[in-house]
Design a protein around this ligand. Structure first.
Ligand code: HEM
Length: 358
């Protein structure tokens, strides 16, 4: 037997908890809320007991959880070759089956290229920074009359209105913007809740809110179509999508929703983390690495899901093919410490792990 074959033969499933609750497994413990500045008790306890790759039962599926930098990088580098995105059914119900993080193959390529061309074009638009600045100043001005400002909520509104402006040329004062924001907040609440399809639960309200947002977006698309025959060109994302003609209406709605979602929760969370970290370590501003470090120290995206397309042997582990959803957590482990002076070391008087856990 060659070395390689011997290694493959010795590989086994990672260790993990022996007893799981039926169906739920360890999902509740995994989803237990924790501060963004920590990895949460579930991962801390499991990693110290079983190592950075362990077996669990999450979202009704036997799952391998990896907090291992090398394995996570390997999984992402082998997208569509050895692994494919595979989110649990409740996520599909809430995002819609055409969401970019759920589809694969040609459809994924098509949607991704439309999204990327928008992101790249936005960056080079001459009024891009001007719009950001104008909106930010108007938000900061509004704080003058408030006794207290909840920064994360403000950042969420700011990024949401910014995305509405870029995607649909919609101004914050537009009554439809307020309606979409309200539905979006309901949608987001359910997106991170226990997926119970029972009327009245956050999850079920979110599924309904998504339908309402889709209907609103469809109306906007119809209205734009009737305008397109005239010479009224806004130069926003919707114009671009409609001009390309490669997407049907459902795909247009889905990609709009994807981008609203992508720009909303993550960017606002990052802004809030930056303010939080800088308050504890103002000198970090001089390192000019604040964004990278806030991404590394914070936990903006707790996990992504992938399934193995065939049996994969990596180091001493085997990740079995098929329905088993292999999942890896802690995206920040994918981002190598980027600088000589990590923010975490400057955060001397910042929160300790234990304080952050409280
Ligand atoms: C701090 C900010 C952000 C973080 C941490 C973040 C994180 C992520 C992660 C982890 C994924 C992979 C999900 C998966 O494959 O399962 C993803 C996908 C994606 N994100 Fe972001 N994101 C951020 C901001 C944005 C913004 C501002 C946009 C666009 C305006 C965006 C657009 C996308 C798109 C289009 C995808 C799907 C890519 C694909 O499937 O090929 N993201 N993001």
């Amino acid at each position: 037997m060659t070395d390689l074959m011997a290694k493959a033969a010795a590989a086994a499933l990672p260790n993990g908890t022996k007893f799981y609750w039926p169906l739920l497994g360890e999902t509740l413990a995994f989803l237990h809320p924790h501060k963004s500045t920590s990895t949460g008790r579930f991962l801390q306890e499991h990693c110290s007991r079983f190592g950075s790759v362990f077996k669990s039962h999450l979202f009704c599926t036997p799952t391998i959880v990896s907090c291992d930098l090398e394995l996570n990088t390997f999984i992402l580098q082998n997208e569509e070759r050895l692994f494919r995105s595979s989110y649990p059914k409740p996520v599909q119900d809430i995002l819609g089956s055409l969401s970019m993080i759920l589809v694969s193959g040609e459809l994924h390529k098509k949607l991704r290229s439309v999204a990327l061309s928008f992101i790249n074009a936005s960056k080079s638009r001459p009024d891009f920074l001007h719009v950001v600045q104008k909106l930010s100043i108007s938000f900061i001005e509004s704080w003058k009359t408030k006794n207290q400002v909840h920064f994360l909520n403000e950042a969420k509104q700011l990024t949401f209105y910014f995305m509405l402006k870029n995607l649909l040329s919609m101004e914050p004062e537009d009554p439809i913007a307020a309606k979409v924001l309200e539905d979006f907040l309901t949608f987001m609440k359910g997106f991170v809740s226990l997926p119970l399809h029972i009327p009245g639960t956050a999850y079920s309200k979110a599924v309904t809110a998504r339908r309402r947002i889709s209907a609103t977006l469809k109306d906007i698309i119809k209205k734009r179509e009737s305008e397109m025959s005239g010479a009224h060109v806004r130069g926003d994302f919707l114009d671009e999508v409609m001009g390309k003609g490669c997407l049907n209406d459902e795909e247009k709605v889905s990609i709009l929703l994807d981008l609203l979602l992508a720009g909303y929760e993550t960017t606002s969370g990052l802004m809030a983390l930056i303010v939080y970290f800088l308050a504890h370590a103002p000198s970090a501003l001089q390192t000019l690495q604040v964004i990278n470090e806030a991404l590394r120290c914070g936990n903006l995206v707790k996990f992504v899901h992938r399934k193995a397309l065939k049996d994969v042997t990596f180091k001493e582990y085997v990740i079995p093919e098929g329905g088993k959803c292999s999942q890896f957590s802690q995206l920040h482990t994918l981002i190598p410490p980027s600088i000589n002076i990590p923010l975490s070391s400057i955060l001397g008087d910042g929160p300790t792990q234990q304080q952050a856990e409280k």
